[in-house]
Design a protein around this ligand. Structure first.
Ligand code: PNS
Length: 160
């Protein structure tokens, strides 16, 4: 049987324990998981460069032999096709995520009806964790050390 390959896309600015939890869960249900960092974000200036994020995720995901990390530009469906992926993995933390995720999944289905979207739930202890909140709280002096991998924490300290 052909190995099942999936893409876990995002901006990951920075990687959180919630993302890592999803990588762990996703890596258990597919043969190979490609974590894909979007290069051309429209969300304002990122805190970490794409290269820094790539390094951090590679290091954090070292423990998972069937996970690789790459970057992409343009449409996710095109990248997924290039990669030979059959599915996109996304995390849903709460109902509030659902609408955005539903729209993206439906648009991706419209663009490529063959590509499936798999939604997984991160551990409930990370339900409220987002990269945006991590950056905001850390920049104001809050302790986020239990919410991001240690190597991300070190980079945050060095950056801010
Ligand atoms: O971490 P994010 O910001 O929630 O990730 C969003 C991402 C990268 C998954 C999404 O913006 C994306 O896939 N962008 C690529 C452009 C694309 O394919 N757009 C059409 C699908 S809506």
């Amino acid at each position: 049987m052909t190995p099942v390959r999936a893409i876990y896309p995002g901006t990951f600015d920075p990687l959180t324990n919630g993302h890592l939890d999803l990588i762990a869960r996703g890596s258990k249900i597919v043969d190979h998981l490609v974590v894909a960092i979007l290069r051309n974000v429209n969300k304002g200036t990122p805190l970490f460069t794409v290269e820094e994020r790539l390094e951090m995720i590679r290091e954090a995901a070292e423990a998972f032999p069937n996970v690789s990390v790459q970057t992409f530009d343009g449409l996710l469906v095109d990248f997924a096709r290039e990669q030979g992926a059959v599915a996109v993995l996304r995390g849903i933390r709460a109902i509030s995520d659902y609408e955005y995720e539903f729209q993206m999944a439906m648009m991706n289905r419209k663009l490529d009806p063959e590509l499936e979207t798999i939604f997984m739930l991160p551990h409930e202890k990370y339900t409220y964790v987002s990269s945006r909140l991590i950056k905001g709280v850390f920049q104001l002096g809050g302790d986020v050390s239990s919410l991001v991998p240690g190597l991300v924490m070190d980079r945050l300290r060095a950056k801010v």
